[in-house]
Design a protein around this ligand. Structure first.
Ligand SMILES: *[C@@H]1O[C@H](CO)[C@@H](O)[C@H](O)[C@H]1NC(C)=O
Ligand SMILES: *[C@@H]1O[C@H](CO)[C@@H](O)[C@H](O)[C@H]1NC(C)=O
Length: 317
């Protein structure tokens, strides 16, 4: 019998140590390139695909590994803490290994192009350091399977944005990500008087899970935004289309907000196939009906089960 107990023990250990939700562990490669949305245009977004690979587990190693313009893939391992934002060079993929996280450390993608951020978990970046992820004056950026949060135990100025896309960014795709438990989630377009720079903005937001946020889910000024197959739960405000923004809002799902999609200062939206959770869209109808790329979308009724469990840091690297 002893061998049988040993066998049972061995099997039990393997079951316990396996991914608790193996059906959600997605096959992904460090060399993957963007395949959806605006990031696929203008030559596409390949980040560091095909370049050197390094693994970092300290703030100083991360900071130096992601700098410079050579093609590179940088894996984050373990927990890296600090109170700063790390500037990312062009032609870079930053990939979080399973269980890794940045605490108090954000990423700043400034004045560059061709960057991929995948499977990275970032929390509690203080406002005096910056946003969890800020993309400014940059082009061709794919953000996928990131997990961004802080807390709402403090006032709303302790933290700034989770994902701010400003200063004329184009070719941005954000997919399969989780944004939660925070005051001001995502500012797209810098300010009301920044139309000259921000009108070209192009952003695709698909299959993301947004919950327990106060505002900016997102706040979108001036540019074009394609927002589809997202789930929004218990956020005080919904999508705010502003300052002439043209949004195409398709097949998303909301619960727990009285204003899922609304306009201020003349923002527009074309909204189809959404489940507003009993509330209504109050934004005026715009002119953006078809993005300049092909894509497929799930019906709103299929979105929650497809998105909620797989958004965030659920890839295996
Ligand atoms: C990014 O890589 C390409 C080649 O892959 C190179 O031509 C370009 O100079 C790099 N970008 C920067 C800003 O150095
Ligand atoms: C949203 O709020 C409802 C009611 O309080 C709660 O049951 C549910 O768990 C919340 N969902 C999330 C994702 O926070």
């Amino acid at each position: 019998m002893k061998w049988l107990y040993s066998l049972i023990a061995l099997v039990a250990v393997q079951v316990v140590s396996a991914n608790p939700t193996p059906e959600l562990a997605k096959r992904a490669s460090a060399n993957d390139v963007a395949t959806l949305g605006y990031a696929t245009l203008n030559g596409g977004t390949s980040g560091g695909s095909g370049g050197s690979q390094t693994t970092v587990s300290s703030l100083s190693a991360l900071t130096s590994a992601v700098s410079g313009s050579a093609k590179k893939i940088v894996f984050i391992s373990g927990t890296i803490t600090g109170n700063t934002v790390v500037k990312v060079g062009p032609n870079t993929s930053i990939i979080g290994k399973s269980g890794s996280s940045l605490v108090g450390v954000g990423l700043r993608i400034l004045d560059v192009s061709n960057v991929i951020v995948r499977n990275v978990k970032i929390s509690k970046v203080l406002a005096d350091a910056g946003d969890a992820i800020a993309v400014q004056n940059s082009h061709q950026v794919w953000i996928d399977h990131v997990d961004l949060s802080s807390d709402r135990d403090h006032d709303k100025v302790r933290y700034d944005g989770l994902l701010d896309l400003t200063h004329g960014v184009t070719g941005i795709t954000v997919t399969n990500s989780k944004l939660y438990t925070h005051w001001k989630a995502s500012l797209i377009g810098h300010s009301d008087n920044n139309g000259a720079e921000d009108t070209p903005i192009t952003v695709t937001l698909a299959s993301n899970y947004w919950y327990n946020l106060n505002s900016r889910t997102p706040s979108f000024r001036f540019g074009h935004g394609h927002i589809f197959n997202n789930v929004f739960d218990n956020n005080s405000d919904g999508i705010n289309t502003r300052d002439g923004a043209q949004l195409l809002v398709e097949n998303n799902v909301w619960t727990g907000t009285s204003k899922p999609l609304y306009s201020t200062d003349g923002g527009f939206a074309v909204a189809t196939g959404n489940d507003f959770g009993g509330a209504s869209n109050t934004a005026p109808t715009g002119s953006f009906t078809s993005p300049p790329y092909s894509y497929s979308k799930l019906a709103a009724s299929a979105v929650r089960s497809a998105v909620v469990g797989s958004a965030g840091q659920t890839l295996s690297f």
